[in-house]
Ligand binder design. Structure first.
Ligand SMILES: [Ca+2]
Ligand SMILES: [Ca+2]
Ligand SMILES: [Ca+2]
Length: 280
């Protein structure tokens, strides 16, 4: 009986350990030598509770205003856990949310680690399933408040778009933006179709060092750049959906046109993990 009790205790301990919010395969990243990397921050999005407020801020505001059409809001209730190990970023129609004359507005979800976690350099990875509808886009990106400083350099802060993806096309974007978003704005990037990227889950990874940014999709290098001089300041993590009814955003250059009757749509994120590189 004693041994049975011990066995049960061991089983219970094992059960507890496998159910805590630890990545089970954090070192098994395709194409990577894992020994030099130390996992320092992550969210596995386990459980059916709300988004972890210790890790994430959920901004709420009219992210994509349009004076001539429905607005695209970020609302807290559109980012949540699905109870199956994923973060859900939802896009949907809502009643007109302000005092303009729109027949309806749109809402999407967004989470960001601002005031909670920031890091300079390292490896940043998300595993996710892209949405299926035209009209909105999703992104895994890094942001520094100093990206707005207009000094001819991205070293003091660069928006690093590790992945921008869509429901209507296989094209994936990797982009860098610095010196604000006005006339001084500079950018560098690439967009390329990746066959089958909208089917099932895929990983999108950035390796950021003092020398360069290297981007990977499913462990294969897809882009490499040192544009702007490479940011030397910490950045926080963002996982977002966005929908704009501005004509340029509804073009085939970007998110294409939303078809209101088809919504809602969903972007699923299995995990986000961040490593630092060990200095040997
Ligand atoms: Ca409105
Ligand atoms: Ca700058
Ligand atoms: Ca997960």
């Amino acid at each position: 009986m004693k041994s049975v009790t011990s066995l049960l205790s061991l089983l219970f301990l094992g059960f507890s350990l496998t159910n805590c919010d630890e990545p089970s395969d954090a070192t098994s990243v395709p194409g990577e030598v894992t020994d030099d990397w130390t996992l320092v921050w992550w969210d596995e999005f386990e459980g059916d509770g709300p988004v972890d407020a210790d890790k994430w801020d959920q901004p709420e505001f009219n992210r994509r205003n349009n004076n001539d059409g429905p607005d695209g809001w970020w609302l807290k209730e559109d980012s949540y856990h699905d109870g199956e190990g994923n973060l859900v970023i939802r896009a949907r129609l809502i009643d007109n949310h302000n005092d303009d004359n729109d027949p309806f507005d749109y809402a999407t979800g967004a989470i960001r680690s601002i005031n909670r976690f920031e890091q300079r350099y390292g490896k940043f990875e998300v595993r996710c399933q892209l949405p299926s509808l035209p009209g909105w886009w999703v992104a895994f990106w890094l942001m520094s408040p100093t990206v707005f400083i207009e000094d001819g350099s991205g070293e003091d802060g660069t928006e690093i778009d590790i992945m921008e993806g869509f429901g209507w096309t296989d094209v994936i974007h990797h982009n860098l933006h610095w010196d604000g978003y006005g006339e001084a704005h500079r950018s560098d990037g690439i967009n390329q179709p990746i066959a089958g990227i909208r089917e099932g889950f895929h990983t999108f990874t950035l390796e950021w060092s003092a020398d360069e940014y290297i981007f990977f999709v499913d462990g294969e290098e897809t882009y490499r750049s040192s544009a702007g001089g490479v940011s030397k300041v910490p950045a926080y993590v963002k996982i977002t959906g966005e929908l704009s009814t501005q004509p340029n955003m509804m073009s085939e250059w970007w998110a294409n046109e939303p078809i209101p009757s088809l919504f809602p749509d969903y972007f699923l994120v299995d995990y986000v993990r961040v490593w630092t590189k060990d200095e040997n």
